[in-house]
Design a protein around this ligand. Structure first.
Ligand code: ZN
Ligand code: FE
Length: 759
């Protein structure tokens, strides 16, 4: 008979871990104790050798659904014998902290929610150890009720009993509450509460109104997704002409009726994280066409809070749509609203009614958005349900880093002893409100995870708000500041997610980033590893004229490229409807005189230009619109055929002749070739020249791993075409999966660099 001291690290708090350990102890006839140490769960186990082995094996390999076991240490100890197995109370200790993301409402709670005999019948805040809010309500570790925003709702004796009884589903589930003691929903500005409030919200939605709803991580704007008038009205109010809206569907059956749900997607769609997934619309979809115009897919999610379930299904006589628009409740560029004050100030112009509640949100958490590629998620926005799950790169443990991330789609990342915690989505830093949210969020996460950074990393761009924020913070904390090139950070984030420790050919096809030569970069090919990079090749440069506007108006890039070609520019621009002669000459003059024009190798702008040349979109009303439309047309062609014309492109002196690709397309468009085919040819030829370039680099450098990174690779067709060609040429291809390939992922690359950098 021996006694072991077992420490379990990971997400082991608020997920029913201790009762699970107690059940295992009973199963293997083990005596001892289990306690929450804040940073880990500590177990004393006394029993027979074989039983102890089985006990540890079960803890390691079959933990409760929501737990994540990262590490288990076992040590023999000598101490007094135990006579039974007990769960002891929490004591806060310092150490490695793992914070659980918020968890979607579970099946058992769902059943109780609609069980008329249950005391939580129709309770909008029902939860258990397996589900409910976590990160967004946490004030401090360890995860105890007083340290969450549920602290202000004292439990009724009944809830208290469940909370303290290890045999219930709610033992130690901090947000436990019921109709008697829980928070309440209400309609802002009225006396309507609880049942009345929910019925009002349902009635308004059914009547085609727009309502703001407070959820787990912030407010949503909601309306009937089948009612085109309502959807169009929301578009007008939000000044959002075409950007797709996410749709919440009543259940998986509705999702399958409206969209094609592939194997594997189903599990994710209906799993505990409940992200928005991009699904292909069915032809007979009943959604309003205004939901995702000119788009093959639509963003779909399933209800993830009890309140969502109640909105779809409530015992009243209101008939409600089974598809609801659920779009982030924010002003363009600003962070998602998280309290009534914010919501009233910022959303009043967008909605008719506010359905709110009095459980406070401490950390914002937008919905995560994911595409699907090679039978895996392909993350577009990593936030609720995912943040702050860490990525492990144990070798990168020299220093703890705080990486501030990029300017757009900002997320930041904290590292601690080789574990990297990317934050929830923060937003676009051009808006000063978002910078404030970043500041708050950084402080809160440093506290929660008990991280004291040794170094701060930010983007190299001198004009970014994130750069000045990082500068100030580094001065205030007296910490060194590293400014890292944007596209190198992109590549690092891919190799870090794949824990790759060999040099790679890093491709960064991206929008805008500040280059080492102070021009705009974004079509870059590096040879690099975690400590250094060499810009080996890049796409052909062109002039971006007009400052910020040139990032939105692809016709400007198209005109500049055609102006500098051997074509008759004024004829081509006119014939293709790229721009007027006046506009074309302005671009010509700006480029040649260098007025408000910058040299650029941005691949994102190349896509915009191609979209303008082929007559799809001259300009974008949201980021990536022109490029998405180009992909949409190429995908339409791909459904029929994969044939394409090879355009002879070269890579001499490290310059990919991508401008010739544009002019070749222009000529073929003038010859009236079908545009869908040309859109496909653009993608295929770009993938060809990229592959050819990689082969050239392999011959010199002897590197056969290629990492694909940057926002352009959100284009799944481009990823597929590149990967196929590279693999056919015996390259190993690294892609992101759970980390966004866009600027939302660069914080990991920055953090890894900072953590590994020698002083
Ligand atoms: Zn539950
Ligand atoms: Fe980027």
């Amino acid at each position: 008979m021996s006694i072991l001291n077992i420490n379990v690290y990971g997400i082991v708090q608020g997920v029913g871990f201790r009762p699970f350990v107690a059940r295992c102890a009973e199963k293997y006839n083990i005596k001892g104790s289990v306690a929450n140490r804040g940073s880990f769960v500590e177990i004393f186990a006394q029993g027979q050798e074989a039983m102890l082995d089985a006990f540890i094996d079960e803890i390691k390999n079959r933990p409760p659904n929501r737990a994540v076991v990262l590490n288990v240490t076992v040590e023999k100890v000598s101490r007094g014998e135990f006579t039974d197995f007990v769960i002891t109370q929490s004591e806060k200790e310092k150490g490695d902290i793992f914070v659980s993301p918020d968890i979607a409402v579970c099946e058992e709670c769902k059943k109780e929610l609609y069980d008329i005999n249950n005391k939580r019948y129709l309770h909008p805040f029902i939860n258990c150890t397996q589900c409910g809010p976590r990160l967004t309500i946490m004030d401090n570790m360890p995860y105890d009720r007083e340290r969450t925003t549920m602290g202000v709702f004292p439990m009724c004796p009944d809830c208290e009993r469940e909370y303290t009884d290890p045999s219930t589903r709610r033992f130690d589930a901090q947000p436990v509450c019921c109709n008697k003691c829980g928070p309440e929903v209400y309609i802002i500005g009225t006396r309507l509460k609880g049942e009345q409030a929910i019925k009002t919200a349902r009635k308004e939605i059914a009547a085609g109104k727009i309502i703001a709803i407070k959820g787990i991580g912030g407010f949503h704007l909601c309306c009937d997704a089948k009612n085109s008038m309502a959807v169009e009205r929301l578009r007008t109010l939000k000044a959002r002409p075409t950007k797709p809206f996410a749709v919440m569907m009543k259940d998986i059956r509705v999702a399958e009726r409206e969209c094609i749900v592939k194997e594997g997607q189903r599990e994710y769609l209906d799993g505990w994280q409940k992200p928005i997934m991009l699904l292909e619309k069915r032809e007979n979809s009943t959604l309003s066409p205004s939901i995702a115009p000119d788009n093959i897919s639509v963003g779909v999610m399933l209800p993830y809070t009890p309140l969502h379930l109640l909105l779809f299904d409530y015992p009243d006589d209101i008939r409600i749509s089974d598809c609801l628009v659920m779009t982030s409740g924010n002003v363009k560029g600003a962070p998602i609203c998280r309290d009534d004050e914010d919501a009233i100030r910022e959303l009043s112009g967008f909605c008719d009614v506010f359905l709110s509640h009095n459980r406070k949100i401490l950390i914002r958490s937008d919905d995560s958005v994911t595409d699907w590629l090679y039978d895996k998620p392909y993350m577009i926005r990593r936030s609720r349900g995912f943040a702050p799950l860490p990525f492990a790169l144990h070798k990168a443990n020299k220093r703890n880093a705080l990486a501030i991330g990029g300017e757009l789609k900002n997320t930041f990342c904290l590292s601690k002893k080789g574990l990297f915690y990317p934050s929830s989505y923060v937003g676009d830093m051009e808006d000063i409100r978002t910078v404030k949210a970043l500041d708050e969020s950084v402080k809160r996460m440093c506290d929660l995870l008990e991280v004291k950074p040794d170094v701060i990393v930010c983007d190299k761009h001198p004009g970014y708000n994130t750069s000045s924020f990082a500068e100030e913070l580094s001065k205030k904390l007296g910490l060194p500041l590293i400014r890292l090139q944007h596209h190198y950070a992109h590549v690092l984030s891919v190799i870090a997610e794949n824990a790759c420790f060999t040099p790679v050919i890093g491709i960064s096809f991206d929008g805008t980033g500040y280059g080492d030569d102070a021009t705009i970069w974004g079509g870059e090919i590096f040879v690099c590893d975690y400590t250094s990079y060499k810009r080996t090749a890049h796409i052909d440069s062109f002039k971006q004229c007009g400052g910020d506007i040139s990032a939105k108006e692809g016709w400007r890039i198209a005109a500049a490229v055609i102006n500098s070609s051997s074509l008759n520019a004024s004829e081509v621009c006119r014939e293709l409807g790229i721009c007027t002669e006046e506009e074309r000459t302005i671009i010509e003059r700006m480029s040649s005189l260098g007025i408000n024009s910058v040299s650029s190798t941005s691949c994102g702008r190349l896509f915009d230009a191609a979209s303008a040349v082929l007559g799809f979109k001259r300009a974008s009303s949201f980021e990536g619109e022109a490029a998405t439309n180009l992909m949409y047309h190429a995908l339409m062609y791909e459904k029929r055929s994969c044939e394409y014309d090879k355009i002879p492109l070269s890579c001499e002196n490290g310059i990919l002749s991508t401008n010739s690709l544009l002019t070749a397309l222009a000529i073929r468009k003038l010859n009236k070739e079908p545009v869908d085919r040309l859109a496909y040819d653009f993608h295929a030829n770009l993938a060809d020249i990229l592959t050819k370039t990689c082969i050239g680099i392999r011959e010199k450098e002897n590197i056969d791993t290629v990492a694909l990174s940057g926002g352009c690779f959100q284009n799944s067709l481009l990823v597929r075409l590149c990967r196929e060609r590279l693999e056919n040429n015996n390259f190993k291809v690294l892609l992101n999966s759970l980390l966004p390939v866009n600027d939302g992922g660069i914080c990991l690359g920055q953090a890894v660099y900072g953590a590994l950098k020698e002083e």
